[in-house]
Design a protein around this ligand. Sequence first.
Ligand code: DXP
Ligand SMILES: NCC(=O)COP(=O)(O)O
Length: 258
Amino acid sequence: MTTASISRTALSVNLNKVALVRNTRHLGIPSVTRAASLCLQAGAHGITVHPRPDERHIRPHDVFDLAELLKAWPDREYNIEGNPFHNLMDVAREVKAKGLPLHQLTFVPDSEGQFTSDHGWTFPQDAERLQAVVAEARALGARVSLFMDADPAQMAAAKAVGADRVELYTEPYAAAWHTPERAAQLERFRAAAQAALDAGLGVNAGHDLNRDNLTAFLRAVPGVSEVSIGHALIADALELGYAATIAEYNRCIHEAFA
Ligand SMILES: CC(=O)[C@@H](O)[C@H](O)COP(=O)(O)O
Ligand SMILES: NCC(=O)COP(=O)(O)O
């Protein structure tokens, strides 16, 4: 059994919802780059964006503006999510062609108009088409993370297509937080993460994580390298401000390892 020596989990802030509000007027506020600066200054380890094909929130210029900003933060990471069979790889190629930072690509099997991400890749069905695009993404110099449901039986196949990490889709855990199913969900995610570690994969996690459910998740699930959090974190920032919110989420992470 492989155990990852994670001193603490990295917090990557997803800025989709800042862009969503910004796009409702032609005023450029709230600024996505200012949000990123304030979050990084407050201790966020990275920035995540999901430039969906319909541009409902993050738009191509946001991707490049953030990459430019992250040049000044060489110890932080930039994670771009998307479907590699839609627009993601064109975005990734252009970021790299401009010599801009791009540390991780998270492949998500969303359809173009999907309400939000709600499932991971499926093996063996997706293996053949993923193999080549994972290889291309890695050749661009990006770590590749596959968005996956918490199914231990799928982890070896994720490794076999060349992924570096999996991102466990945590909505089922979040949805169970106030129900008797919480413990069963934590065990499901523990088993999936352990299977990923045993397969030689790194473990990320995300979707509907928040200040209430984050610490318990990190205590129960081994070896989580990174959590990417957006919706709840930005909602909290509307109340607390970015700096206090990042401090609070980093406190939740630290508490899991205390
Ligand atoms: C992959 C995932 O779970 C989220 O990162 C996703 O980016 C959320 O997308 P929306 O912000 O469009 O709901
Ligand atoms: N990969 C998950 C992510 O980036 C943000 O998801 P959410 O916190 O907005 O649900």
